[in-house]
Design a protein around this ligand. Sequence first.
Ligand SMILES: [Zn+2]
Length: 193
Amino acid sequence: MPTTFQPCDEYVAEMALGVMRRYDNHKPLLDAKVKIDFVFALGACDEDGKRIADAIVKRGRVVLGQTRVVNLKDRAKGMGDAEIVLDGDRWPAFSEDEAQAILDHELCHIGVKTDRHGNAKTDDLQRPMLKLREHDFEAGWFTIVAERHGRASQERQQAKQLFDEHGQSYWPGLFNQQEVGPTRVSNLELVNA
Ligand SMILES: [Zn+2]
């Protein structure tokens, strides 16, 4: 059986609503009453029902969720304004915290288009116009290039920039450990080199 899709259980939408209410950056989605469809993708199976493919693959990599803006025609046919597809095979294994983080991530991809007064722009169906937000970071790195070319490599330069500007966000433990002892400090210097 090829990849299949099924609507998510209602609790996924409820969890997403909780995330949107909790974090201020999602307020525009609530204000514009953006309707989001949540769908589980299930990877292809062989004849015995054994999973033989990942549910969502993007540029050759497994991703746990994928978000798109629904076009006018599909909106007219009754779909939501945006669609979030989740890896339905892996979803049951996630903790509540992990599931919320995945939903938060996907919701961060959805931006509401606004006019110069800050009001949501609407389409011909009076539905909010949306734009897809890109990730803050996307790493396209070869470890072997970082090793071969060191500081001259984009790999190392981008890693350094990430560490210098957002290290606290991605490696909080490393930063907090600075005062603990010399071993930890030398770890820090290594990464920062
Ligand atoms: Zn993403």
